[in-house]
Design a protein around this ligand. Sequence first.
Ligand code: ATP
Ligand code: MG
Length: 353
Amino acid sequence: MKHYRIAVIPGDGIGKEVVPVALDVLQHTAEVFGDVTFNFTEFPWGCDFYQKYGMMMEEDGIEQLDKFDAILLGAVGDPRLVPDHISLWGLLIKIRRSMDQSLNIRPAKYFEGLASPLTAPKEFDIMVVRENSEGEYSEVGGRIHRGADEVAIQNAVFTRKATERAMRYGFQLASQRKGKLTSATKSNGIVHSMPFWDSVFDEVREEFPEIKANQNHIDALAAFFVSKPQEFDVIVASNLFGDILTDIGGAIMGSIGIAPAANLNITGEHPSMFEPVHGSAPDIYGKGIANPIGQIWTAKMMLDHLGEVNMGASLLQAIEETTAAGVKTSDIGGQASTKEVGKEINKRIKVLS
Ligand code: ATP
Ligand code: MG
């Protein structure tokens, strides 16, 4: 019997609605399989916590989280209560950076019952590996002069260490999947960082001769996500390019409420964090209609990361069967509530032969 200690941060808005459903599904899956147990410890951190204590998480929050096998997070941020730069940097980005969660992994996959707007063939199953620690989202730069002469300078930072790490992880992932990798570049327009990115891609691909590897410029790649997504397997992208591509990934699945994500620490020194792509969705919070699939699929990514791939596969199959049966929330064209979708997924969890 394996025991996993999971830190749970429901966070804000619909995070508080979808996380309990995901925990219920995880608990149920553990019971059906019978060889693992989960010990969930909940942390009430987020914007409500900030309003009471003036901080998004406890001061020793990172030390507390470090003791767990994984972190499951709902959503952070409610701009009505706390400005986004405070809530995100005080919790989400703080955890990602303190715990060296250097890769952000986001799938985009079609299955029956989703409300994909694509008219092109829909059988896509893509995994985007997004560099999560540097690139275009760096703090290097500044503003000079004022008025008509004002200048803003934003430097992108690409270290060999982080670029190689993302690239190598992408190739390893491709070798466990369909054996294809696409590097998202823009070396025809960005003259320093992207040629460097390409050279690291060329070096690392030598280690994986069996992988069919190519590169696309990000503008073309964004268009291909819509016109021929079925041609991709693993995509490795910088922080900004990955961010944009994965939002398109959510859009072609038909709802951001479906899309899951993992923030991976690949050194094993700190836990990884699992959080859906969607935010706290204040516009629908409290109505019981939030789609829980993004959070539940996120829990499946956590199971895979813990090595429980059979449980993970069963969970994804149960999700697919549930949407195919039409038990769906309104964002993907159904009428079911958040809890009803969770119950329906639970009914379909089984040990796969
Ligand atoms: P954040 O800044 O936290 O990312 P946001 O406002 O940019 O928040 P979301 O909170 O993801 O983005 O919401 C974007 C839109 O998608 C909203 O209209 C929201 O209602 C909808 N949405 C997001 N998540 C879900 C979900 N799980 N189920 C249904 N609709 C959702
Ligand atoms: Mg947003």
